[in-house]
Design a protein around this ligand. Structure first.
Ligand code: ZN
Length: 138
């Protein structure tokens, strides 16, 4: 049984061709640190000659999200992007001109957030930090 099939079953999802194809794309994107919109997934499948409609892509991504397989980010660039859910925490910067998403992890920022929360009498459960950026002007 392929990796994707196992992943789907583990998440409690039946193995269907669109689900396998979309999971493969997300795994490929993960390897390249990319974040895909539903439209990106749809276009890539179409170019590969796969007959999967945009509505199906949306539905599968939503199912993946509910099953905890993927994380959805609603960045302020117009559309949601998706990436495989991982145990490793990272934050994002998003280019407002190109839509490019860059992942980063900064131990100083992480520590300061915990200290800040602690100073307010709380403990930190989770956070997401998004920096909206543009290319430097010369
Ligand atoms: Zn990410």
């Amino acid at each position: 049984m392929s990796n994707e099939n196992q992943e789907l079953r583990k998440a409690g999802l039946k193995v269907t061709l669109p689900r396998v194809k979309i999971l493969q794309l997300l795994e490929q994107a993960e390897a390249e640190n990319q974040h895909l919109s539903a439209e990106d997934v749809y276009k890539t499948l179409m170019e590969a000659g796969e007959d999967v409609g945009l509505a199906t892509v949306y539905r599968v991504l939503t199912q993946f999200e509910s099953a905890g397989l993927v994380d959805r980010h609603n960045f302020e660039t117009g559309h949601s992007v998706f990436e495989l859910a991982t145990d490793e925490h990272h934050d994002h910067m998003v280019c407002m001109e190109s839509g490019q998403v860059v992942e980063f992890f900064d131990e100083v920022i992480e520590r300061r957030q915990r200290e800040l929360v602690d100073a307010h009498g709380f403990e930190l459960l989770d956070h997401s930090l998004v920096l909206y950026v543009r290319p430097k002007r010369r």
